[in-house]
Design a binder for this molecule. Structure first.
Ligand code: FES
Length: 181
């Protein structure tokens, strides 16, 4: 409608009354169109519910001390962010993966050059309880429900859980910040 009014008005040097009506109609249409479109545009901005439903989450690692485990939520799921000590890294790396129920090298569970940061989902892979950090024979996590034990790479080592704590999709956005999702 806007394009029609503009084309018609430029066809003659002196705008006629009919041109004015077209222009006026076009202008009113533009305002109406904008009024119609705006609610859709404003609805496109992510709100809190959308973020909770799955928008990426940025997390600043600089406040997580060595040896500390921080919990956060992404898509309603619990995530553990673990700042591993040198001993925890060494223990995770020196494990014979052929002895594991769910064989996975520690290097496949962390980002290259970021061995100190382990990011895993925080629910036990048996029935979903929340394992306790720095507990169990391997000093990773131990589940209080049925005793599953995870090592400092989040890999299942004892108990009924069938698989390792999964690693969520994430990337480093700087040396001390990650984006999950
Ligand atoms: S829920 Fe963790 S061992 Fe059963």
């Amino acid at each position: 409608m806007i394009r029609v009014a503009t084309t018609h008005a430029s066809a003659s040097a002196e705008p006629t009354r009919r041109d004015f009506l077209f222009i006026a109609t076009g202008a009113a249409g533009a305002v109406g169109l904008a009024a119609t479109i705006w609610p859709f545009i404003s609805q496109m901005a992510p709100d809190a519910a959308t973020i909770a439903a799955g928008a990426p989450v940025d997390f600043d690692l600089s406040h997580v001390a060595e040896g500390q485990i921080v919990k956060l939520f992404w898509r309603g799921k619990l995530i553990f962010v673990r700042h591993r000590t040198a001993d925890e890294i060494k223990s995770a790396q020196n494990t014979d993966i052929t002895s594991l129920r769910d064989p996975e090298a520690d290097s496949a569970r962390v980002k290259p050059g970021k061995d100190q940061w382990l990011i895993v989902y925080g629910n036990c892979t048996h029935l979903g309880c929340v394992p306790l950090g720095n507990e169990g024979a391997f000093h990773g996590w131990q589940c209080p429900c049925h005793g599953s034990v995870f090592d400092t790479s989040g890999r299942i080592r004892q108990g009924p859980a069938p698989i390792n704590l999964p690693v969520p999709p994430y990337a480093f956005t700087s040396d001390k910040a990650i984006r999950i999702g």
